[in-house]
Design a protein around this ligand. Sequence first.
Ligand SMILES: Cc1ncc(C[n+]2csc(CCOP(=O)(O)OP(=O)(O)O)c2C)c(N)n1
Length: 702
Amino acid sequence: MTGTLAPAQQSSTLPVDPRFDWKRIAYLLLASRSLDDIEETRLLPQKKVVYQFSARGHDLAQIVLGTLLDGKHDAAGAYYRSRPLLLTLGLTLEDAFAGPLRKSGGFSDGRDIGVVCNFPNNDGATVLPMSGDVGSQYTPAVGWAQSITYYRDVLGDHSYDRSMAVVLGGEASAATNGFWSALTIATTLRLPILFYIEDNRYGISVPSELQTPGGNIAANLASFGNLYIREGDGSDPGDAAASFADVTEHVRSHKGPALLRLDVPRLCGHSGQDTQAYKSADYITDEQARDPLPKLRRYLVPAVMSEAEWTELESRVEADAEAALEAALNRPEPDASRITRYVFAESRPDGMPDTQQTGGLAVSGHVFPGGTSTPAPELQRTNMLTAIRRTLQHELKTNPKLLLFGEDIGPKGGVHAATMGLQDEFGDKRVFDTSLSEEGIIGRAVGMAIAGLMPVAEIQFRKYADPATEQLNNCGTMRWRTANRFAAPIVVRMPGGFAKVGDPWHSVSGEVLWAHAIGWQMVFPSNAEDAVGLLRAALRSNNPTIFFEHRHLLDGPWARRPYPGDDYVLPLGKARITQSGEALTVVTWGAMVERCELAAKRVGESIEIIDLRTISPWDREAVLASVARTRRCLIVHEDNQTAGFGAEIAAVVAEEAFYSLDAPIRRFAIPDVPVPHNFGLMDAVVPGVEGIARYMTELIEA
Ligand SMILES: Cc1ncc(C[n+]2csc(CCOP(=O)(O)OP(=O)(O)O)c2C)c(N)n1
């Protein structure tokens, strides 16, 4: 198919569709063109704009779609070519210029490239924060769609009755993991979402036949269950209008998801830098003949407006665009002194929260029941698994916006049994099994958090978070990228670490990843009491949190503690000194805390043990204060040594406490190999009591 195009239709054969405000559509199309023109012919050559992704050719259909997204709770997942949609939903021309010009304000305050947009909108459709990664828009959009059903069916909010989500993508993006993951979720759950594929036949230079067999994703999906499919010509006003009216009505009337594939021309290179040398001259000529702008003009003049009105519209748009450009150019540069702000939720100088505009519970002013860091211990000890389950249960009871999901967490209660009985108690809309796609689990959670829910995702084992890396990273940076316009506070529970036996898949800890990743809180409790307090803090936090459940500790006798009560909540970033001492500071966390205590007993010296409890944020003050007294520091962790979190602690102690030290800082961790399966081999690499004791003695004697 690529290389030849159907003959260009000169004008729509369809009569003017009276359901649309065509004069507004014409204004927006001309405005979008004007933005592209000014960027391409002036701002790019002047090097004032670096990334230019023209929407020429894609524009008309997006605008038609945008006019149909008129519900207060509608949302769009979009990508770098989606500016016409944003203009239709309310993005001002000045903000549209300010983004690519890297000026202050706008959708990122100069932090992100101008085509990676977002649009918080309390009165109409929200555009979820885009990402640079192709395909990453899909699963958050289904998260929003599932939230619509949650608000409607679980919370009984009928203002969501006809709400819908839409997700836009090029035909190449239909080859990504995100697309298939989202399609599976949407169709299995029959969610109110439209997949709109803008097929311009090229992904940069790669033809669609290399993305999809035969090059047509709609044709390939013909037998996909629960999916209404339609195709059309996105350059034809009448066809685009009829197509979108049909598929949006399908989705809004609870008939399930739909996919619309429209042929659209890409009337320019992929981006400002692209010469299109891979397209033949004939192909380019045919493509230009499919320009939707002259087609719209023929469609509307004289049926809807006169020649003179069209010309007047062109002049008005030109004047508006020039005024917007000038205003954007006159905007101040972003304030460099604020650039480290909004990695995490912040407070204003008066102490009030500096809440994001969209996402999470804080926006709706949610009030949590009181909390205390003083435990009210029961008489009996409980294991960490039960402690986690009881905490989840209480928060489910007291927070109707909280929902749990993951693989096998429903009727089975999770492969570790942490959610046993919770589906029976709270129903399968609040506690549910997901399809086997970690990208889908996390991306969906992100979309739900943006929609104002508190999603708690379980990743079955830490290693299996790997497929979700893109969504996890983008979730963490969202607040910063959007300069506090959006945030997605989610909790991701993931078990891992060694157990009775180990192996390279189920025993990974790798917590350092979320100390290094931007915007994540990382919690790593060592016992049942802390697990309750820290999990509750995560479930009430306005930041995304990884909650690590160590397999050795879930039922380990040492980790069993009295349940500290339903109000017990701990501050994140506060270490616990499990035993005080004068001769040596040991910094550790998770399953190593027990081993360090046993090793200290064996050594018989006065050793201080610090259980960090959280890796991000981590309690530098507690560590530095302790080292200042003991003058010696040993760090013990289970993750492999090179660039493990111990390296960060060692660097900080070296920088801040160098002159207090009487001996070199030492680290004891797994050498740089995965955890082996054979018991003897595992024991040979995971730090054990004997080895830790040896390090302690050496360091005290050094
Ligand atoms: C995960 C990822 N891989 C590669 C890229 C680089 N890239 C940017 S756009 C693009 C082509 C996408 O084409 P398509 O989805 O058809 O959209 P179009 O640009 O044609 O509208 C590629 C490969 C990226 N941004 N993200």
